[in-house]
Design a protein around this ligand. Sequence first.
Ligand SMILES: Cc1cc2nc3c(=O)[nH]c(=O)nc-3n(C[C@H](O)[C@H](O)[C@H](O)COP(=O)(O)O)c2cc1C
Length: 246
Amino acid sequence: MKVVAINSSPRMGNGNTALILNPFLDGMREAGAEVELFYTKKLKINPCQGCLTCWLKTPGVCFQKDDMEMLRPKLHEADVWVLATPLYVDGMTGPMKNLLDRIIPSVYPFIELRDGHCRHPLRQGHKKGKVVLVSNSGFWEMDNFDPLVVHVEAICKNMRSEFAGALLRPHGELLKPLIDMGRSPDDVFEAAKEAGRQLVQEGKMSPEALSTVSRELARQESYVRGANQVFQQTLDALEKPVAVEK
Ligand SMILES: Cc1cc2nc3c(=O)[nH]c(=O)nc-3n(C[C@H](O)[C@H](O)[C@H](O)COP(=O)(O)O)c2cc1C
């Protein structure tokens, strides 16, 4: 099984998204998958220019010469795409959206009706694989992910992929402080790994594993209070007069 994972956090491997993504990918590797991980921050992927050259002048080929030339064939051949993004303004990050806009050469301009809905037919050579979403948010509630999940589900319908589910980590900003305090939520990380193993071995992730990944790490009120205290202390420290040595 070939897996292409894309992490679009600008914090890359040091971010909160990676804390869930990496054990998930470890689980997939342990179960025998061949995993390639890319960080959008390290890739040069220009935005789509909307010129439709890839549809009407050089069918299937974008005129832009950048890292999409390397990535597109890997995405075509992959059995699983893992799209990892922190929640940014209620959706995916800009670099992740730029990357996904650039898969337009993979479909024909023609419109077909599938289940009474307009879709573009896929070009030859594009595997109809699975897509997994991994996301991490600052806000406490799970419903902050709703617009992102709907978006990724729609992309799957358009690309004839199967939406295999999402590893969603609300109040993910708490993961690192808990680790630093010696209270690492290891069950959450283990569940992410287990979900990876399950996807490779059984073709699906269990609701139990996914709900453990998302489990409450603190009560809503104490999370809000704690976060605000940290922000206030950080801002107060800025305003402190600098000590002058005598
Ligand atoms: C520009 C920006 C926009 C954000 N928008 C949201 C948001 O709409 N909802 C939310 O819950 N968290 C939001 N966050 C918080 C991040 O999702 C959160 O800090 C996440 O854990 C960051 O993951 P990372 O460390 O992998 O980058 C935002 C953060 C930034 C920097």
